[in-house]
Design a binder for this molecule. Structure first.
Ligand code: AMP
Length: 410
């Protein structure tokens, strides 16, 4: 199948060309037809499957006809990064359409968003909290919304946005198209769909679980050695962009600093940072100035860097769903990638869960020459002043880890 099947407006066809997409991904093949017909749609899609274009393209096509200068399409997204990325896809597609869009999210000033809204936009991508805020201030008129998308609905649920989402949906016209995308289907999302959607077409792409093409590796280690193990692993590997997950914001900052001290070009991305710092970290990672981004789950949500080669669970996630979300950041759009899991004894349950999800037992790997019995030493290394490094020369690149098959060492 190719995009020609959908009879998109010529301007949208130009937009698809600008995006560089040759043919639709499976979710696009299945979703675009019903979406263009105006059907409600529920997309159970693994992350990285191309779901953004699956809704942005039909929405843009719809906006080509009909009135301009009022909000006709709304996307609700869990994080600013995801909102920004959807906005970017819309901007590329809509370059020659004179359609206008705005992103609405917290952590930045109200004024530019209000100005943009006043100037007349057709497409809004918003995080629920700030959108409601602006609704309450009388700055957003949602009475003309024809189509709404709930993107990464399960994540919005995790983040406590469900009441806000319900409030927003109640403000929209009853006659509208509703699309919902989610990687998992917890009962609250089912209920939301029942309450706010009309006979949705349900599309499920792939099985529920991490995308294929990912190698999952397990490195058991004592908690105090996680940092040195990661440094050692990274030194020995040839990698592309690496995304590392920590449980807390503090751990993300500390680990990024530690990696810097060891000569890696790393940065952190976490919720306490200002929007401009977050943007700088994201831009650095996207452009290749930064090789390793250390992030918390929420900050990393929706990161779309197509060629992330390794996702590292420095702290294992609490749930198997979170694992799916994290590792979905690699192997995007059918590429391959690795998930490296640094696990301690406390992670036994989630490791077991991941193994049943993958339907395989993960072999325990050990790094040759790594001192697994090293005593605890406090990480008190000096902050790096420019140009200094704890390590001289570039990271070693040879792969020397060996498979042990023994479930010990954690
Ligand atoms: P998404 O799941 O929307 O975050 O998309 C994941 C990645 O797939 C992004 O880097 C997109 O640019 C890319 N992508 C989406 N659709 C296509 C397509 N039809 N052909 C090639 N790449 C695509």
């Amino acid at each position: 199948m190719d995009f020609g099947t959908f009879n998109f407006h010529p301007r949208i066809v130009d937009g698809i060309r600008r995006l560089g997409y040759d043919k639709p991904t499976p979710i696009q093949e299945e979703a675009i037809g019903p979406a263009l017909e105006g059907r409600d749609l529920m997309g159970l899609a693994e992350t990285g499957t191309g779901k953004t274009a699956a809704f942005v393209l039909p929405m843009s096509n719809r906006l080509m006809d009909g009135p301009r200068g009022r909000i006709r399409a709304l996307v609700l997204a869990p994080t600013r990064e995801l909102a920004q990325q959807t906005h970017e896809v819309f901007t590329i597609v809509g370059k020659d359409t004179k359609l206008r869009s705005v992103t609405i999210y917290g952590g930045v000033g109200y004024e530019p968003q209000i100005r943009k809204l006043k100037s007349g936009v057709e497409f809004v991508v918003a995080c629920p909290g700030r959108l409601l805020d602006l609704v309450e201030r009388g700055e957003v008129d949602l009475r003309h919304v024809e189509v709404v998308v709930l993107d990464e609905a399960d994540r919005m649920l995790d983040m406590g946005f469900l009441p806000d989402i319900r409030r927003i949906l109640k403000l929209l016209p009853r006659e509208r198209q509703t699309m919902l995308f989610t990687a998992t289907m917890p009962p609250d999302i089912e209920r939301l769909a029942r309450d706010f959607m009309r006979k949705p077409v349900v599309i499920q792409v792939g099985r529920q679980g991490p995308v294929s093409g990912i190698t999952h590796e397990l490195y058991p280690v004592a908690p105090h050695l996680k940092g040195s193990l990661l440094v050692e692993l990274l030194k020995r590997r040839e990698t592309g962009p690496v995304l590392v997950f920590t449980r807390t914001k503090h751990a993300a900052s500390r680990l990024a600093e530690r990696l810097q001290r060891n000569g890696f070009r790393s940065a952190c991305l976490q919720g306490d940072m200002s929007q401009s710092k977050r943007q700088a970290a994201m831009d650095g990672f996207r452009s290749g100035k930064i090789d390793i981004l250390v992030a918390t789950d929420i900050a990393a949500r929706g990161i779309d860097v197509p060629d992330i080669s390794h996702v590292v669970n420095y702290d294992m996630p609490d749930t198997v769903d979170a694992y799916t979300h994290r590792v979905g950041r690699t192997a995007r759009a059918s590429r391959t990638g690795s998930a490296i899991n640094i696990a301690t004894r406390d992670d036994v349950d989630v490791v077991n869960g991941v193994e049943s999800l993958l339907n395989t037992r993960l072999e325990c790997l050990r790094i040759d020459g790594f001192d697994y019995d090293a005593p605890m030493v406090r990480d008190t290394g000096p902050r790096l002043s420019r140009g200094r490094s704890e390590r001289s020369g570039p990271p070693r690149r040879q792969r020397t880890e060996r498979r042990s098959g023994v479930r010990t060492g954690a």
